[in-house]
Design a protein around this ligand. Sequence first.
Ligand code: 13P
Length: 248
Amino acid sequence: MKKIIIANLKMNFTQEDTKNYLDELITLSESITNKLVVCFPYTSLALAKDMLLNTKIIIGAQNVHQNESGAFTGEISAKMLKDLSCKIVLVGHSERRMYFEESYKLINEKIKTLLKYGMRAVLCIGETLKERETSKTKQVLKQQLDQALNGLYENELKNVLIAYEPVWAIGTGKTPTGKQIEECAKYIRNVISQNFSEKAAKNMNILYGGSLKPDNAKTLLSLSEINGALVGGASLNPDSFIKIAKVK
Ligand code: 13P
């Protein structure tokens, strides 16, 4: 089965950096059979649209505003992203929840807007260290899923991917064990099965994110419940991103 490997470039790269990055990534990605997505900062999207035409790298963004247009100074709409050939957008990343106080109610609105415009949403969920240490992981995951997917129709779930990103694993060099990841991914499928159907749960693409690097990619990506990866730091270097993307 093909894996979905997503780069989250976060707040990095000028136009020139983006050009150099893509020059290298396009060449390196020619032999990759997995699906490759890069979530660019907004300011790199127009350049990415030009450079990635006729390549197999899919263009993504890191955020979107929930409203379709209007007086929302400084924001970017789904329609604007679609116009830049953006196919997929991260929503609810823990950095957005932590630093910009995004709630899952808001994230739910963002998902609905993206689906309306025919784009796919990568819903990020995951527990903090305190929540894990107090045995609240499952409770938190359920709450996040219930709120974020509230009111969606089952047939819309094909355009939603879930990234399980424990907050304590992001940028820390720490990762959960394979067993812990499998347990959470299974639980995520359980919740989807209860809220939608067994079929929807089985078909859901669940990605792992958090300190994923070339040296742990094979172990983490071969977990049977995991369909791909959301990569932060290691995606900033085309070489290390491609090493991850090569995993079968
Ligand atoms: P790192 O890979 O740097 O831990 O970041 C993960 C992440 O936040 C991806 O969205």
